[in-house]
Write a protein that binds this ligand. Structure first.
Ligand code: FES
Length: 570
């Protein structure tokens, strides 16, 4: 092949002892596999412990077919997987670890380009972060959402249905036997959560960032068109290597701005804030927490999907998927932003049809006018906190109430349903100790359950505040990602039962209404909790994780280290 030799030739291209070692042990491949053709890594998060990604070996086979067709040499490799439903104490604790696995696997091995196979929530940002730090040509193939959950003729959405039905069981509205039956009706096929939870949000972010082929976000996992997309991605990555179309040429500031805006249109997860900040940090794009409010808040919600609406990802695909949304947003997006197929995002979506205006609303008749994530500040969150107004109760977006404080997650679990918990519908529930360092790993517990005695009185939402995250499938007037977190002595750590708290989303304000000298007195008396771990990976995490407003990446992983060829191994 003409042009500069590919990095894989440093392994496979020499007629000497080292070339012998690299080729001989590979065995089973025809000799011309090593003739200088692009070697494509297929980075796979397949695992039976990550049920959302359990079908990715089949997807990998289709990618391989495409790579061969285009004249490349595909080599599949595993990285650690993270299943949101199984991994404890929280999958987020391992996102940065997996990104390191991805980065070092790419850099240390003979590959010229990489296809990233992901699906379940954290697998997508972890793979993008790792690949971004290497800067080889890269393309994402998401595993795709499950088919719609259907229970007794009604749609039930992953996660969203669990939260609402479990509240119904706790308040006596639903029988436990019915709840157990619903369990088998929700997850009907291969794929990830089919609400607009974090997995669907991040698959949409992949498409909006230009890192996947059109329709990457919404094609159901079991639809034959998902396999076709995987095969086409396999073909395309070979050409991307030939064009030297590296990830940093795709992940420009314009692409991040598009992603933030698209996240408003789809009613996407608050987790997108943390993950986009972390990915941007790896490619040196100076994205800030306030960009999410500045660029996204005024934009409308167009997609009627749970948890903000009523449909599911399968409906979204049949209605036209993300290309229809991008087309609808017109010049609200950078139409000239590049994408992996070599066309701009405007070119990719210029004639994208919409087949169902109930699911994808027109710009002139949105679900909600101002849907983007709001960034709050005040003495309770000097470095910021976030709220997703489209998943909240409008009447609670301006609220003053007395704090009911839970010192940690165990305290919350122990006391929420006690009959004598001093709480009413105007109270503000406050959870401490659930931030990046404190838990550690910043779990999705910010949508605290409504106390049973209030559920029984028909209360369905309350203001809740924490340094935790929330599942993208969840909803409520929930203030998240408070920074600095309580484990670092942020003001959140100083809140006491009965303190007045003011939330004013329009004014972007989150205040602890306690006299300054009293706050100062409490701060002076505050003692940092013992770290949750003193050795092992968790210790590394606690020592190096940055706060939520900086993407909760490790401080030492920021930036792109490239994929220079390392020293020979023998
Ligand atoms: Fe895997 Fe929701 S649990 S995507």
């Amino acid at each position: 092949m003409a042009g500069k030799p590919l990095r894989s030739t440093h392994w496979f291209g020499t007629q000497d002892r080292d070339g012998f070692i690299h080729r001989s042990w590979m065995r089973g491949f025809p000799r011309d596999s090593f003739d200088g053709r692009p070697v494509i890594g297929i980075c796979n998060t397949w695992s039976e412990l990550t049920p959302c990604n359990a079908h990715l070996r089949e997807i990998a086979d289709r990618v391989k077919r495409g790579v061969y067709e285009a004249g490349g040499f595909p080599l599949e490799f595993p990285v650690m997987s993270m299943g949101e439903t199984n991994l404890r104490p929280t999958a987020m604790l391992f996102r940065n670890l997996v990104s390191m696995d991805v980065e070092e696997s790419i850099r240390g091995n003979p590959m010229d380009g990489v296809v990233l196979l992901c699906g379940c929530d954290k697998t997508t940002p972890a793979l993008l972060m790792g690949a971004a730090s290497c800067n080889l040509p890269s393309i994402v193939v998401s595993g795709g959402p499950m088919l719609n959950g259907i229970f007794r003729g009604q749609r039930i959405g992953s996660g969203t249905g669990v939260w609402s039905m479990s509240d119904d069981v706790r308040s006596g509205k639903m029988a436990l036997a019915d709840f157990m039956e619903a369990e088998t009706c929700m997850s009907r096929s291969a794929g990830h959560c089919m609400t607009m939870g974090t997995a669907s949000t991040m698959a949409s972010m992949v498409e909006a960032l230009g890192m996947g082929l059109p329709q990457n976000a919404a094609i159901p996992a079991v639809d034959s068109r998902r396999s076709v997309l995987a095969q086409e991605a396999g073909r395309r990555i070979v050409d991307m290597v030939r064009e030297d179309l590296t990830i940093s040429k795709i992940l420009t500031r314009k692409n991040f701005e598009n992603a933030i805006r698209v996240n408003s249109a789809i009613g996407g997860s608050t987790n997108a804030v943390i993950h986009l900040l972390a990915i941007a940090g790896r490619v040196g794009v100076d994205l800030k927490l306030d960009d999410f409010d500045r660029l996204g808040h005024e934009l409308p919600l167009l997609v009627d999907l749970m948890p903000a609406g009523k449909f599911l990802m399968e409906d979204f695909y049949y209605a036209g998927g993300l290309p229809a949304v991008i087309r609808e947003f017109g010049d609200l997006l950078h139409r000239d932003a590049p994408t992996v197929n070599g066309k701009t995002i405007g070119e990719n979506t210029a004639s994208a049809p919409c087949w169902n205006r109930e699911v994808i609303r027109p710009l002139g008749d949105p679900m909600l006018k101002h849907a983007g994530i709001a960034v709050l500040r005040g003495n309770l969150a000097p470095n910021g906190a976030v709220i997703k107004p489209c998943a909240a109760t409008a009447s609670l977006l301006k609220h003053r109430g007395r704090a009911v404080v839970f010192e940690n997650i165990e305290d919350l679990r122990r006391r929420t349903d006690l009959p004598d918990l001093p709480v009413d519908e105007n109270s503000v529930m406050v959870l401490k100790g659930a931030g990046p360092r404190g838990y550690p790993g910043m779990p999705e517990v910010g949508n605290m359950p409504i106390p049973r005695k209030l559920l029984e009185r028909g209360v369905t939402d309350m203001v809740r505040i924490s340094d935790a995250r929330m599942s993208g499938t969840a909803y409520g007037t929930v203030v998240l990602h408070v920074s600095p977190e309580s484990a670092m002595g942020g003001t959140l750590a100083l809140v006491q039962d009965g303190d007045e708290i003011e939330l004013d989303v329009d004014a972007r304000r989150l205040e602890l209404r306690v006299a300054e000298d009293e706050i100062a007195r409490r701060r002076a008396a505050w003692k940092a909790p013992a770290p949750a771990a003193t050795n092992g990976y968790q210790r590394l995490y606690i020592d190096h994780v940055m706060q939520a407003d900086r993407g909760a990446d490790f401080d030492f992983l920021m930036g792109c280290r490239g994929a220079g060829v390392p020293r020979e191994s023998h």
